[in-house]
Design a protein around this ligand. Structure first.
Ligand code: SIN
Ligand code: FE2
Length: 226
């Protein structure tokens, strides 16, 4: 079960005059950016919103087509959720655990994804899928491509919360060299365009504790699945 320390929901408008300035940007590919602390201004309302989603669709460890149980636990919100089982990977409108549609994508999630995509030069991004991954210390995500989507003209927007990770950003072949990108609470990575199908993954998460999220890292990846 997810343990969140209680936070006070606050209203927040990313576009208000007194909104904080755009945080430092790092370019990691022709169409790929790391926006440091981009999600921080909305973390307070984001966490209880996340809790509400998880109450409807709790984290679970799914099985890969190869029969391995994923160390990273997942949930989803939006029209489509990414799932895996012995038959393969797919996007589904229905949460296989509940038999119900995935929780709707909260407006706040959509706003965050849109603002980050926009900052990377992808205006009008309307993701229909938000995969929510939970990493605990020792878990990792092997190098892979996000290629189960039809909307490959749209970027992937990845939001990191909780304990740090070392994100691996590779090339178009699995064997290509990778760049290690440290990711912290509130950082957002966007990759799209010619970088959309680049291999990426997450190195084993080191033991750490985050003030709000405890011993876990939560990652959202927003995509246009259909
Ligand atoms: C993913 O590729 O699905 C997750 C990336 C991350 O956790 O940073
Ligand atoms: Fe991915």
């Amino acid at each position: 079960m997810m343990q969140l320390k209680s936070t006070t929901p606050a209203t927040f408008d990313l576009f208000a005059d007194d909104a904080p300035p755009l945080p430092a940007t790092e370019q990691i590919g022709p169409c790929s950016f790391v926006f440091r602390g981009f999600a921080l201004p909305m973390v307070e309302p984001l966490l209880p919103t996340l809790e509400a989603v998880l109450a409807q669709a709790p984290f679970r460890n799914m099985v890969t087509p190869g029969g391995h149980i994923m160390s990273v636990a997942l949930s989803s919100c939006g029209e489509f959720g990414w799932t895996t089982d012995r038959r393969g990977y797919k996007y589904s409108r229905i949460d296989p655990q509940s038999g119900q549609p995935w929780p709707a994508m909260p407006e706040l999630f959509l706003k965050l994804a849109q603002a980050a995509a926009d900052a990377a030069g992808f205006a009008d991004f309307i993701p229909d899928a938000c995969l929510i991954n939970r990493y605990i210390p020792g878990t990792k995500m092997s190098l892979h491509q996000d290629k189960d989507e039809l909307g490959l003209q749209w970027p992937v927007v990845s939001v990191s919360l909780g304990i740090p990770a070392r994100f691996l950003f590779g090339g178009h072949a699995r064997s290509d060299a990778t760049t290690k990108v440290p990711l912290f609470h509130g950082d957002v990575v966007v990759w799209g365009g010619e970088d959309r199908l680049r291999y990426h993954g997450v190195m084993p998460i080191k033991q750490a504790e985050h003030a709000q999220l405890g011993e876990q890292r939560i990652n959202f990846t927003f995509r246009k699945a259909r």
